[in-house]
Ligand binder design. Structure first.
Ligand code: ZN
Ligand code: MN
Length: 495
């Protein structure tokens, strides 16, 4: 249990997430959105905000964000419009961002989290709204190079973003992290976003304050702080834990409550492990929102909503159940597999189909495939041992060619050498242990172990287990199951 839950207060957290939609082109122009191109090579008069240029909405971006909103159980507005959010910033050439203000295209959704291991209680997090907007460019401050240069890259300007705002329904840093994981998984499964945080495809801001019960029954609330600059879910968790403690200290020192000061923004410094005050937050009236005159409002029909809903695919929460049912898996197994993402589920289903037994395939996935994948890093689609090879090893274990621990050695060899299972097996000489050799080996063991022989003859068959280690030392290729069975048979036949 984390330290924060021992305090006499409730931590109240709401999240604001921006995800980049998986489109080829920007939201209001035809510029491509490929990440990592040389600065300012993916720009045009529209996304540069040059006079006379006009925006045209990217239909694909709108459909993808509709898909996200539906998956988040949101209500869809059949009429929605665009607004200008005015502010000056070097990376915003137009001087305003095209966003949605009072009529977002969706609202009032929810996304649940639960943990099969019970680390936290299942929780429903309400979603206030999901809207679509364009991204700004990127300022690059070249401090590391020792120069005072600041440059602007406008490749990102106009990239479609889906902004997802939650109600303050989260109660700990751990829950916030779990919820973000679930959101990311959902958006990846539905092909809405790649959610790559290193490339800025998913960005999180967190609003947090404390609710502190008073002796007179009143609940005191500390001023809400918005935390920015968190570039991993781990950072979000650490920043929230830090900020909870900071606000508790602040409360004890000053007793300042919400409303006594303007809303504050604090930036997370990951290496120092602290949040630092940045500025006082603008009120929405400071942005002087007004309807975007260059874009027509968007109308959505029930048919469009139905069409997108029916083509949506299974969200992770549903897939966990489907996978558990289809392959007769415990809930935790299904959860572990689904949480690794759609590519890994595909790998698992291929393997399970070949093996014909879900639980066996799941065990190999978790103990061998996933473990080595995590050690090596990289994606399952590039994993050198393919499902057919794992299935081949499992089939040979089931046939009794060798035992599971030998099978796992073979798995490692296939991984390291990049050869086939058959070649590895031949190279280890595993196929060479024939029945005659096995018989000779068992007879040897029986002659050398009078105590075990006596025990087995006396009815204690489990004593035969003592022969396995010795058998493997004599010949590492023997199958322990076969040794055990044959040894017992031979001992019983003794006079
Ligand atoms: Zn453009
Ligand atoms: Mn936004």
């Amino acid at each position: 249990m984390s330290a924060e839950t021992q305090h006499p207060f409730t931590t109240v957290i709401g999240l604001e997430v921006h995800v980049q939609l998986q489109t080829k082109t920007k939201l209001f122009c035809g510029c491509i959105t490929t990440f990592g191109s040389p600065p300012n090579t993916q720009v045009c008069p529209t996304c540069l905000g040059l006079p006379g240029s006009l925006p045209v909405m990217n239909r694909r971006a709108f459909d993808l964000s509709l898909r996200a909103a539906l998956a988040l159980n949101c209500k869809i507005a059949l009429f929605t419009k665009w607004d200008r959010k005015n502010y000056f910033y070097p990376d915003l050439p137009k001087g305003y961002q095209i966003s949605q203000f009072d009529l977002p295209f969706s609202y009032e959704g929810h996304l649940e989290i639960c943990d099969p291991k019970g680390a936290f209680e299942p929780r429903t997090v309400r979603i206030t709204r999901v809207h679509l907007e364009e991204d700004a460019g990127k300022s690059m401050h070249d401090e590391a190079a020792g120069t005072a240069d600041s440059r602007i890259d406008l490749n990102r300007t106009g990239t479609p973003l889906c902004e997802i705002v939650t109600e303050p329904d989260l109660r700990s840093a751990e829950e916030a992290r779990a919820w973000l994981n679930e959101l990311k998984l959902l958006l990846v499964y539905l092909g809405v976003s790649d959610c790559n945080m290193q490339e800025g495809s998913l960005r999180v801001d967190a609003n947090v304050n404390l609710h502190i019960p008073q002796e007179d029954g009143r609940i005191a609330k500390t001023p809400i702080v918005e935390i920015k600059n968190m570039n991993s879910f781990r950072s979000v968790e650490r920043a929230l834990i830090y900020e909870t403690e900071r606000q508790w200290g602040e409360w004890q020192a000053t007793g300042a409550e919400i409303g006594s000061m303007p809303k504050q923004t604090r930036g997370w410094d990951d290496s120092a492990g602290v949040t630092r005050g940045q500025r006082h937050k603008e009120e929405s009236s400071d942005y002087r929102y007004f309807p975007e005159p260059d874009l027509v409002p968007v109308t959505v029909t029930e048919e469009q909503v139905t069409k997108i809903r029916s083509a949506m695919g299974e969200p992770p929460a549903v897939l966990r159940k489907t996978l558990a049912d289809r392959w007769k898996l415990p809930a935790n197994d299904a959860s572990v597999l689904v949480n690794q993402g759609p590519d890994l589920v595909k790998y698992f289903e291929d393997l399970a189909t070949r093996v014909g037994e879900g639980k066996v395939a799941s065990n190999w996935m978790q103990q061998d495939v996933l473990r080595t994948l995590n050690e090596r890093g990289g994606n399952i689609t590039d994993f050198p041992v393919k499902p057919e090879a794992v299935a081949d090893i499992i089939a040979r274990v089931q046939k009794g060619d060798f035992d599971t621990s030998r099978g796992r050695e073979i798995f490692v060899s296939v991984l390291e050498k990049g050869t086939s299972v058959a070649e590895v097996v031949a190279g280890m000489g595993i196929a060479a242990v024939d029945d005659g050799d096995l018989q000779a080996l068992c007879e040897e063991l029986i002659a050398e172990n009078p105590k075990i022989v006596a025990d087995v003859k006396g009815g204690k068959e489990q004593a035969a287990g003592g022969l396995i280690g010795q058998a493997k030392r004599k010949n590492p290729n023997v199958n322990p199951g076969k040794v055990r069975a044959l040894a017992i048979e031979l001992i019983r036949a003794l006079p």
